[in-house]
Design a protein around this ligand. Structure first.
Ligand code: PGA
Length: 231
């Protein structure tokens, strides 16, 4: 599974169509900004489409917001929730993340829930707080956890494979112990993924997929990533 998080890019519909064309692989989910969702969805033949955020209510007087049911209705397969940029820039708390995850799951979509240490303090404590508070009372069958350490996001300084493997194991154990979850849960890695390191997160660190930001906008690199992990 490769999730292509375009963030707030590109700036034109034509640009979005062009990126969608070269992203259209089985096993890929393209996650563009809201205004491009419909066009991207119509362009894709093999890949799924997902959204970057949603609101906690289904409809009503919430100017400027977009609901999970609207996203479902236009064909979204999943919604990214609790990305560190949303937590940091928009002050989203894990309790908000939890409410959003509940609405996404209730609509029958997958919630791709992002967690990751925000500073070099108590890294495991930060991950544990985000994970547990974001997923309380959630049906984990509908969740993909994305481990994204903030130091690795958009910096070109990807997480060392050994550390990523330890974090993946920690997340898996925490879900088992806290939620008594014995079934498989998909855990993906994100943060400066490129064509040189993509495979190591799958092969060596044991992740089930990747969340790719900047590199998903570049045709050659994205193609190499997809080919390297052999979806
Ligand atoms: P990046 O972003 O690949 O550009 O580091 C990943 C993400 O924020 O999802």
């Amino acid at each position: 599974m490769i999730y292509a998080n375009w963030k707030m890019n590109p700036t034109t519909l034509k640009g979005a169509e062009e990126i969608a064309y070269f992203s259209d692989y089985e096993g890929v989910t393209v996650i563009p900004p809201f205004p491009f969702l419909q066009t991207v969805r119509n362009t894709l033949k093999k890949a799924y489409v997902g959204a970057q955020n949603c609101y906690i209510k289904e409809q009503g007087a919430f100017t400027g917001e977009v609901s999970a049911s609207m996203l479902k209705n236009i064909g979204c397969h999943c919604v990214l929730i609790g990305h560190s940029e949303r937590r940091r820039i928009f002050n989203e708390q894990s309790s908000d993340v939890n409410s959003k995850v509940q609405t996404v799951v209730a609509e029958g979509m997958k919630a791709v829930v992002c967690v990751g240490e925000e500073d070099s303090g108590d890294s495991l404590g930060q991950i544990a707080e985000q994970l547990v508070d974001s997923l309380v009372s959630v049906n984990l069958n509908s969740v993909v956890v994305a481990y994204e350490p903030v130091f690795a996001i958009g910096t070109g300084k990807a997480c060392p494979t050994d550390l990523a493997r330890e974090r993946r194991f920690f997340i898996e154990q925490l879900l088992k112990e806290t939620f008594h979850w014995d079934k498989k849960i998909n855990i993906i890695y994100g943060g400066s993924v490129d064509d040189n390191n993509a495979l190591s997160y799958i092969k060596e660190a044991g992740f089930d997929g990747l969340l790719v930001g900047g590199a998903s906008l570049k045709e050659d690199i994205f193609k190499s990533i997809v080919e390297s992990v052999n979806l």
